[in-house]
Design a protein around this ligand. Structure first.
Ligand code: ZN
Length: 589
């Protein structure tokens, strides 16, 4: 789940450049490596790459990342849908690769897999509103999508009161409550996507930096949060109004993934505490509903960005019915372990993660039906295998143990990572860090690297050190508004308090125009993101991915050797959880 780009440099050129590159990027910035970059000079004593790590780093190769990506994204793997033949092949491939590298089974039960019990559900929905006597019929999936995460054959809301609840957010740290005590039990709540876009009091063209991190998205902005709060409030149905800008992706991304089979983790209560119906509606149809109810969408939206906002009960009723076709699926995370070399510290862990799954195959599509997910995330899975290989070539092995976790069902809502986080194979308070990979840079080398999210943990300080040692710089997240920090597997680690690092490729491509990165990223989002066309392109140049893999290897190594655990910085929404688990004298999940 992510955005990436293409380079005009041919693969042959990339391979030729690689021999030079793998030497160049283990040099420190005091050498000629900085001659053709804008990198900041080394300002910290740690900004060097230990010479003894060079042979290990040199085992990371563009051709090898490409070879793994080719296998995993081949049509034979059918888009790696959980519970399909593609899963069987993928789990087998990853297990064999981890064995080939000499890594131990990552599950203490002696296997390379952690079972992840999922429920697959395919919903068929019918929906309409009545407002002031007028019936608004909605077409699925062009006007709306709706599912039920209750694992029963049928869920419906009938003649349910419709309430506009603004952004649907309750955030005590900002003194924010969109419900203001209104009981929405049994009602249909309609809410805006993203977190409240509170304007700056002195300059209305900007967002207030002190509220919901300004332009950056907080977890309150994610759709997953919206349905969680709907559950907590006892709403019967929860409908999000889709808007492309605030959501970070067009409506087709929503309708595409929500109209196919969806998944959740099996739970003892069959998710009966969830809202009966969870869905999205297009802006156009939401506007129609508001207008028919005697309201104005733009005025409601404007009111919703203030603390004083009160929920508005619309003069409307909702009728929504979802028929679920259910199946139980045993999916798997694949997990391997490199045991630490220090007798005490080997019981502490650095966890690398990359999701192996993608969107599978859609037999209803004309033409190409296979979502190959070459970039998303065959490439990141391949990159993690290369990182794993590099760690196996280190002598001595790192002091702390390194876990390589290939998680399932990221595309279904981070489910494999979520299951690991709630059923950890290694305790959260012995897990020093998570480093996640979702997509790789496929457009060539960059002078920089992009952190995702804000400067939230001391892992960012290590990232800066190591990037400097590579002669590169660290850029703030240019897409903070899209909330990528909440959109891949590391987020499930963060939620249980484990400091988690996630990076994107840089934006300053060597030998390219300044607009290159933005153009490529936009092309990917428009053409290939979550589409069958996410395939290996002839233009791919993985020299930058190699450099990024070396960077992530060095960060993990630094953490594995470090005197102290990485920590969340003050102001991070995950710090309290970490403090709580670290205070616990027993190993806690
Ligand atoms: Zn994805």
């Amino acid at each position: 789940m992510k955005t990436r780009i293409l380079s005009s440099v041919s693969l042959a050129a990339a391979a030729t450049a690689l021999g030079v590159l793998s030497v160049a990027c283990v040099q420190t910035p005091t050498t000629n490596q900085t001659a053709n970059t804008n990198a900041a000079p080394a300002t910290t004593t740690n900004a060097t790459i230990p010479a003894e790590l060079k042979p290990a780093l040199d085992t990371i190769k563009a051709d090898d990342i490409m070879a793994h990506t080719k296998v995993l994204s081949s049509d034979e793997y059918e888009g790696r849908g959980p519970g399909t033949k593609g899963e069987e092949l993928t789990v087998k491939y990853l297990t064999e690769q981890y064995q080939r590298l000499g890594l131990k089974p990552g599950n203490p039960d002696g296997t390379y897999v952690q079972k992840v019990p999922l429920v697959g559900f395919t919903g068929a929905a019918r929906a309409s509103f009545t407002a002031n006597g007028k019936t608004i019929n909605l077409n699925f999936p062009t006007d709306y999508v709706a599912v039920s995460r209750r694992f029963v054959p049928e869920s419906k809301v009938e003649n349910s009161d419709v309430v506009f609840v603004g952004y649907g957010v309750v955030a005590p740290e900002y003194g924010w409550d969109d419900y203001k005590g209104l009981d929405v039990k049994g009602k249909t709540i309609v809410m805006l996507i993203n977190d409240p876009a509170v304007p700056d009091a002195s300059d209305a063209s900007k967002l207030d930096e002190k509220m919901f991190k300004g332009n950056a998205m907080t977890y309150y902005g994610r759709w997953t949060y919206k349905y969680e709060i709907a559950r907590d409030k006892g709403a019967a149905a929860a409908i999000i109004v889709h808007e492309t800008g605030p959501a970070g992706y067009p409506y087709e991304v929503v309708s595409g993934s929500w109209s196919r089979e969806n998944f959740d983790i099996q739970t003892p209560n069959k998710n009966m505490d969830r809202a009966a119906v969870e869905g999205w509606i297009t802006t156009e149809r939401a506007k129609e509903l508001m207008t028919a109810s005697g309201q104005d969408f733009d005025a409601l939206k404007k009111a919703a960005v203030t603390k004083d906002f009160k929920p508005v009960t619309l003069n409307a009723k909702a009728n929504i019915e979802v028929k679920n076709t259910l199946r139980e699926i045993d999916s798997s995370n694949v997990v391997a372990k490199l045991e630490g070399s220090d007798a005490a510290l080997k019981n502490e862990y650095v966890v690398y993660s990359a999701h192996w799954d993608h969107l599978g195959r859609d037999p209803k599509l004309p033409g190409d039906q296979i979502f190959n997910g070459a970039l998303d995330n065959a490439s990141g899975t391949g990159e993690m295998l290369e990182i794993a290989e590099a760690f196996t070539k280190m002598t001595p092995a790192p002091k702390r143990s390194i876990i390589f976790l290939s998680v399932t069902a990221e595309e279904k809502g981070l489910l494999g990572a979520k299951h690991y986080a709630s059923n950890p194979l290694y305790p959260a308070n012995k897990t020093v860090a998570n480093i996640n990979i979702d997509g790789v840079n496929q457009w060539g080398r960059t002078k920089d690297i992009t952190m995702v999210g804000d400067d939230n943990s001391t892992l960012i300080d290590i990232l800066r050190d190591v990037a400097t040692a590579q002669g590169r710089t660290v850029r703030p997240d240019p897409d903070a508004a899209k909330g990528f920090y909440y959109r891949s597997d590391h987020f499930e680690f963060a939620k249980v308090g484990v400091p988690a690092l996630y990076i994107n490729e840089g934006t300053d491509y060597i030998g390219k125009d300044p607009g290159f990165s933005k153009k490529k990223r936009e092309e990917y989002e428009a053409n290939d993101y979550h589409k069958p066309s996410d395939e290996i392109k002839p233009e791919w140049d993985l020299t930058g991915a190699v450099e990024d893999a070396q960077l992530l290897t060095l960060i993990g190594h630094r953490v594995a050797q470090g005197d102290k655990f990485p920590e969340w910085k003050t102001g991070s929404e995950f710090k309290a959880k970490r403090d709580e688990t670290m205070r616990s004298t027993v190993a806690t999940p």
